[in-house]
Design a protein around this ligand. Structure first.
Ligand code: GLA
Length: 713
């Protein structure tokens, strides 16, 4: 029989390993995190390499740090027991690995308090080929009364390096995903949100930590992490007294002690991470593959190109105007017409953002024949029809607000405080969950031809208070998100394949907790293509292009071609007035849709390489290569006009060095000729070693290259 000191639990994926060890006292510790060893037999030597000194040091590397006993560092979990005692200790009991498929396995480790009837099971879901781990914990007890979870993290990692370089993001409306990289100093750096809904507006939970030095696209060791949770989160990055990095990630315990009755389970959301010692590019390609294979609905499938009316009409439309836009959809050659905000509300018509939210009946003045007739019109034109909803929200000027004041999140004794003139509905309340589900369900029941949903969420939660939760207010932030997921779960079980866009006044809620239900996300209301290059670049570290909804609009000063090229790096859509395009602009857009249709399998399913960083050079260049390396597409943009920047050869990546490729320019504006020599053929080796100059300059600000393998060469 193994003594407890010998229990080593390897958490292994194709290239990485995390080693956990239950020591002689039963404490579960992380003793290694990083690249996998060639000889797995050597794992049992690792523990002997590290010699902890001092009384306190042996607990810093706890695999799930309890609070109130020996630990003095930031805990992963802290509780108040039924008898009021606030100490917790967690000892290893057992572990088990279940093979879920050829590629996916799940490790469970049971930990138990030796004194209290309290236990935690740590879960590690391992995606072998993608080197991705989802980690969460299930907390339960059988004490005599209620236990309060004061903190309940999903995961607690421990990394060893000489220095740690954190890349984090901040933002606001129309400027999402602004990166910042800093060296972590001793103490705790916290990434968190307290916004409730739209939780990522100021700061998402996505981050990277490079070890020893900042990582590049192709070099360096880097951890990517993110919490799969669409609400308040807290990620603590603590450089401890031994210079090691403790990462503690989970739901934010801010204002949220959670009461657990005996026998009840609390399941934390998954903390998602991957690690690469080959740089940021490799890590992000792993995440993309994982997301397409396992997380994003229809990740390996296709998406509808579309025409959206938001910026073309705002709230000002009627049936005949929309009829014209539906015909424009067909004229443009895209798949679907998306009707945005403003189609509902009668007593309080939705003619602006100050009224009508919550009243999901067609506005009789704008749409006298209802959505049914629009859906039919779209069918006649041979295009699909999609619709915008914001079902979690209510304007005080609405029938819903008048009828159900108790469904609204607000403080009973304080004045209401609005965000975009609206309040959030209380999704902790099952009656509200039914209502929100019913909005979507009845849209589909009444309009079986409905083919697409854009789900918006424009307000944060002020005055957090649930009428329904009564004395359990501290559960509100958690129960809101759980309520939201219950609704989305129901929608997905009845409508598993319908494409849905996740929007939150832009990218206020882009996270993998929500992306389990949505086929795509709206990165930002900022569609200025120059800004979008930067925003899409940063999202691309974490999310695959197939999930990025990119629309051509009138934002920015760039030429139409530039705007279309940028929108092609994801799911292409248009939000412009087609009727106002001059003939050559229209022709260009129509041709672009055709070109996009031929390129989209590579953009959606190919491997992405970020070649030239817009933050570091005058040119941005992003490449997608199909899995057989037979074809590729490279998008190149001039992003900085200072010093009359001219392009130079860009080193391509991901090609087969042995293959011969013809490089041509595609998506040219009608009447223009490419500056490139189309005759030359290059080997993959040449293109990746010497490079290729797309000739980007002030007259050619955006250039799309297509690479095709020459057969038989
Ligand atoms: C939000 C979205 C926009 C649009 C408007 C409608 O701001 O991000 O795309 O749908 O709401 O009111």
């Amino acid at each position: 029989m193994l003594s407890r000191a010998q229990v080593i639990i390897p958490v292994i994926t194709e290239h990485n390993a995390m080693l956990l060890q239950a020591d002689k006292d039963g404490d579960l510790k992380t003793i290694y995190f990083g690249r996998k060893l060639a000889d797995q037999a050597e794992y049992n030597k690792v523990a002997g390499v590290y010699h902890s000194s001092g009384d306190y040091t042996g607990v810093l590397n706890s695999a799930y740090t309890p609070s109130g006993s020996r630990n003095l560092a930031e805990p992963a979990i802290s509780v108040t027991h039924a008898d009021g005692n606030r100490s917790l200790d967690l000892k290893y009991v057992s572990h088990q690995v279940d093979k879920l498929s050829a590629n996916v396995s799940q490790l469970r480790i049971l930990l138990r308090d030796p004194v209290y009837a309290f236990e935690v099971t740590l879960y590690y879901k391992l995606y072998y080929k993608e080197d991705v781990v989802e980690q969460w914990s299930v907390i339960a007890h059988h004490e005599k009364g209620k236990v309060v979870l004061d903190k309940y993290a999903s995961a607690n990692l421990y990394l060893k390096a000489d220095s740690y370089w954190l890349t984090q993001y901040h933002g606001d409306w129309a400027r999402e995903m602004q990166p910042e990289e800093t060296r972590l100093t001793h103490g705790i750096k916290t990434l968190d949100s307290k916004l409730g809904t739209r939780a990522n507006l100021f700061e998402p939970s996505m981050f990277m930590v490079a070890l020893n030095r900042p990582a590049g696209e192709d070099e360096g060791s880097v951890l990517y992490g993110s919490l799969e949770w669409s609400g308040n989160f807290k990620i603590d990055l603590e450089v401890d007294p031994l210079d090691n990095l403790r990462v503690i990630a989970g739901i934010n315990n801010f204002a949220s002690p959670y009461v657990l009755t005996p026998g009840e389970d609390f399941t934390t959301p998954e903390f998602l991470y991957t690690f690469s010692d080959k740089g940021k590019g490799d890590a992000s390609r792993k995440l993309h593959t994982w997301a397409r294979n396992y997380k994003i609905p229809n990740g390996k499938g296709s998406r509808y190109t579309l025409l959206n009316n938001w910026e073309a009409t705002y709230f000002d439309f009627n049936e005949s105007k929309l009829g014209g836009l539906i015909r424009d959809t067909r004229k443009l050659g895209v798949d679907l017409f998306l009707l945005d905000d403003g189609w509902f509300g009668n007593k309080y018509p939705r003619n602006g953002d100050h009224a009508g939210l919550g009243d999901w009946q067609e506005n009789k003045e704008k749409l006298p024949n209802g959505l049914v007739s629009l859906v039919k019109e779209a069918q006649t034109e041979g295009v699909k029809f999609g619709i915008w909803v914001e079902p979690e929200m209510v304007n005080p000027k609405s029938d819903l607000y008048a009828k159900h004041p108790g469904w609204v999140i607000k403080q009973p004794k304080r004045p209401e405080y609005y965000f975009r003139n609206q309040l959030v509905l209380d999704l902790a309340n099952p009656a509200v969950q039914n209502f929100v589900y019913g909005i979507i369900d009845s849209l589909f029941i009444k309009n079986p031809g409905l083919a697409y949903i854009k789900w918006d969420c424009n307000a944060v939660i002020y005055n957090a208070h649930s009428n329904y939760l009564d004395k359990k207010q501290s559960q509100f932030y958690v129960d809101y998100v759980k309520g939201l997921y219950k609704v989305l779960e129901r929608i997905r079980s009845k409508y598993p394949t319908v494409p849905m866009m996740l929007c939150s006044g832009g990218g206020g809620r882009v996270d993998y907790g929500a992306m389990k239900y949505f086929t795509e996300y709206w990165p930002s209301d900022n569609t200025d293509p120059l800004e979008r290059i930067f925003i899409q670049w940063e999202y691309s570290y974490f999310f695959p292009a197939i999930a990025s909804a990119n629309h051509v609009t009138d934002w920015g000063k760039q030429p139409l071609k530039f705007r279309v090229d940028v929108a092609m790096m994801g799911r292409l859509g248009f939000d412009i007035v087609i009727g106002k395009l001059n003939p050559s602009d229209l022709l260009f857009c129509q041709n672009s849709v055709k070109t996009y249709n031929s390129l989209k399998p590579i953009v959606w399913q190919g491997d992405q390489y970020r070649l030239a960083d817009p933050g570091k050079s005058s040119i941005a260049s992003v490449m997608y290569v199909d899995s057989t390396k037979a074809s590729a597409v490279v998008f190149n943009y001039l992003v900085n006009y200072r010093y009359g920047a001219e392009s130079k050869p860009i080193l391509l990546k991901g090609l087969d060095p042995q293959k011969q490729y013809r490089v041509t320019e595609t998506n040219l504006y009608p009447g223009t000729k490419s500056a490139l020599d189309v005759q030359t053929v290059y080997s993959g080796d040449f293109l990746m070693t010497v490079g290729f100059d797309p000739i980007v300059n002030a007259n050619r600000r955006s250039v799309v290259l297509e690479l095709k393998e020459l057969p038989g060469k």
